[in-house]
Design a protein. Structure first.
Length: 341
């Protein structure tokens, strides 16, 4: 990994620790973003599908048909410990997640895998990711892979490279470190290097949640709209936390969900920062945030729906900056917010 970080610095990246970078690029038709804030765990073996089907919220059999998708690993009480993008590979799966959570997430998986014919491996020193976005992203993928997946969550493999289609004009490319180092100068002839914050802003605008150390073990999947992104199955059978997650869907009422918002502030809202309404304190918390410009930030936040629907929302205190709620690119089922009998 040190070789990869050195290659990024040589290409003009400004590193902020091992998991974040900034660049001098502001706007470009095409961006190449090193995904150093994310890492991959592999789950390989004859029982890999069966094992993950019994642990994660998503339907692994359906995911196999698409190639990729989101899924969470929960506690027995339904709180998400890790949120993955799964990618089907030969003999099993790659699980991409926040680098902050990789070590603990692998430990949690290993608690249950001991009797399965499958094993987990930390690929963070072997495989790195690049985010490709913008008008020229598809052309770049076609150049690297001969063609590009056309459907969201579709994947393609070429040698040891794996590309996933994301919402919008975006892709994730995962490949060996040595190949990434070799390819980087050529890619940057056709695109500018994007920053971690620019990529996170695109994720926020797509309404895609993620977990960090400060937000793990806080939310059940529906609070982050994971069901709207095909990251939760309510029919596949048992998995860790399934009883709580399914009971809420069929018999309960969801009081909190994830909203997208814009706020003017003099600093980036920290993950876990409280939101307050004009009527109540601590009605929500920031899940992710990224700058739009020097004084404005977009964020995803889990908020009590009744408060968000009916009252003004403020960051940090009831006298803090006011949030402007923004639309999400998908609809939430209104029946989730009604009491079932």
């Amino acid at each position: 990994m040190n070789n990869w970080l050195q290659a990024l610095e040589n290409a003009g990246a400004i590193l902020h620790g091992e998991h974040r970078l900034s660049t001098s690029a502001t706007q470009n038709k095409t961006l190449i973003t090193p995904l150093i804030h994310q890492q991959v765990i592999s789950v390989i073996g004859p029982d890999s599908q069966k094992f993950l089907q019994g642990q994660l919220t998503c339907d692994i059999a359906e995911l196999d048909q698409r190639g990729s998708g989101l899924g969470a690993h929960c506690t027995i009480k339904g709180a998400m410990l890790a949120l993955y993008r799964l990618m089907a590979v030969e003999g099993g799966y790659w699980l991409r997640l926040s680098a902050e959570l990789r070590e603990q997430a692998q430990t949690n998986l290993n608690k249950y895998i001991i009797f399965s014919k499958a094993e987990t491996t930390d690929l963070s020193e072997q495989v790195v990711g690049l985010g490709l976005s913008g008008l020229g992203a598809t052309t770049l993928v076609e150049r690297l892979m001969d063609r590009a997946p056309s459907e969201v969550n579709g994947t393609l493999r070429s040698g040891q490279r794996l590309v996933v289609k994301l919402p919008g004009k975006r892709y994730e490319l995962w490949l060996p470190v040595s190949e990434a180092i070799e390819l980087l100068p050529n890619l940057l002839d056709s695109a500018a290097m994007g920053s971690t914050e620019q990529w996170e802003l695109q994720e926020i605008q797509a309404g895609i949640p993620d977990l960090r150390a400060a937000s793990a073990d806080h939310y059940i999947p529906q609070m982050t709209n994971l069901q709207a992104l095909e990251g939760v199955s309510f029919s596949k059978g048992c998995y860790t936390g399934q009883e709580i997650v399914t009971r809420l869907q069929h018999r309960g009422k969801l009081n909190k969900c994830m909203f997208r918002a814009l706020v003017s502030s003099d600093q980036l809202p920290a993950i876990g920062s409280y939101l307050h309404s004009s009527q109540r304190e601590k009605v929500g918390q920031v899940l992710l945030a990224a700058p739009v410009n020097d004084s404005q930030f977009e964020l995803l936040a889990v908020i009590t729906k009744e408060q968000a629907d009916n009252h003004s929302l403020m960051l940090n205190s009831q006298n803090g900056p006011t949030l402007e709620l923004l639309p999400l690119p998908y609809e939430l089922d209104p029946e989730m917010f009604e009491r079932k009998r």
